[in-house]
Design a protein around this ligand. Structure first.
Ligand code: SF4
Ligand code: SF4
Length: 305
């Protein structure tokens, strides 16, 4: 018999999620952790009562594979945000239009901000760059804002005409797999690091920084993918306890909502600590500037190799 979906009521208080959580690492405030929220909800708190805790979460997803009760901790945060949104749905970009192509690339704002890199990544993937990348839908998901059904339907119609979709935003990836069952939807990091042309440029003593949201959402499968990469090429990775990816800039969107966000450079320093590396290779374009601020080693995006 299928195991029933867990919820906050299943939380045993084991605290394993704390070991994985960047908010706990930086604040040491139990109220801002999955354990703290679960206990508050078990004792009758509402979404409004724990709004500060809910907004502090970076949605990095590290806690989810760590939780022995298999509580869908990211989905529960998203549900709590829908009850108490952080912001309204942003306006759709003026360029929004239907897209088509065998492989469609949905860049996030960080990837789109560098036209040369965006075109190089699309070339590597033999992908069409989506004119409508759904970036404001990704932000609305993060904020818990209502997404107008007509806007979502228009976006999915454009995306649904492709055979494969490669997505830079880990949260949008999570939802696209639900919205488009049967469609091959891949994270940008996995798609690029699967290419022989990219793998041949990776070197031992590279620190390869995995984008945490896409990785944790599909942890059991992707651990095998990245372990293969590590074993074959001798890379260092931002994997820690239970092979979870230490997060850096997954919290950057919170700044866009005017909310306190984690110190990403502190996270990057933590990842670098004690490592003898020659170069940093990042999957998330946001991470380029974060690592460049704290190391004198070259920092490159995996699409720039
Ligand atoms: S998603 Fe990340 S920041 Fe949020 S509770 Fe889980 S580990 Fe902490
Ligand atoms: S790991 Fe899961 S069961 Fe354990 S304290 Fe965290 S949310 Fe609760």
């Amino acid at each position: 018999m299928a195991r029933p979906a867990s919820s906050h009521s299943s939380c045993s208080g084991c605290d394993l999620c704390l070991l994985a959580c960047p908010v706990w690492r930086q604040t040491r405030d139990i109220r801002l952790t999955p354990h703290g929220r679960a206990k508050a909800l078990q004792y009758g708190a509402t979404a409004a009562d724990i709004a500060a805790s809910v907004s502090s979460c970076t949605l990095c997803g590290s806690c989810e594979p760590a939780c022995p009760e298999e509580i869908p901790l990211v989905d529960l945060i998203l549900e709590l945000r829908r009850q108490n949104p952080l912001a309204a749905m942003p306006a759709a970009p003026a360029t929004a239009a239907a897209s088509s192509g065998t492989t469609l690339l949905l860049p996030d704002p960080a990837l789109r901000s560098d036209d040369e890199r965006l075109r190089r990544v699309a070339g590597l993937l033999a992908a069409t760059i989506a004119s409508d990348d759904g970036s404001e839908i990704g932000l609305a998901l993060e904020a818990g804002a209502a997404i107008p059904p007509a806007r979502l339907a228009g976006f999915l119609e454009g995306v649904g005409s492709a055979r494969r979709v490669v997505v830079a935003g880990g949260l949008l990836l999570r939802r696209l797999r639900e919205w488009l069952p049967g469609m091959k939807v891949q994270g940008l990091g996995e798609a690029l690091s699967s290419l022989p042309a990219v793998r041949s440029k990776l070197r031992p003593r590279d620190l390869y920084v995995i984008e945490p949201r896409a990785f944790h959402h599909d942890h059991a499968r992707l651990v095998g993918h990245y372990d293969g990469l590590r074993a074959t090429l001798g890379l260092e990775m931002n994997l820690d306890l239970q092979r979870l990816a230490v997060a850096t800039t997954a919290s950057s969107a919170q700044r866009g909502f005017g909310l306190p966000a984690l110190d990403a450079e502190d996270q990057a320093r933590w990842i670098l600590e004690g490592r003898d590396i020659e170069r940093v290779v990042v999957e998330d374009a946001h991470d380029c500037a974060v690592f460049a601020a704290v190391t004198d080693r070259p920092v490159v995006h995996v699409g720039d190799l």
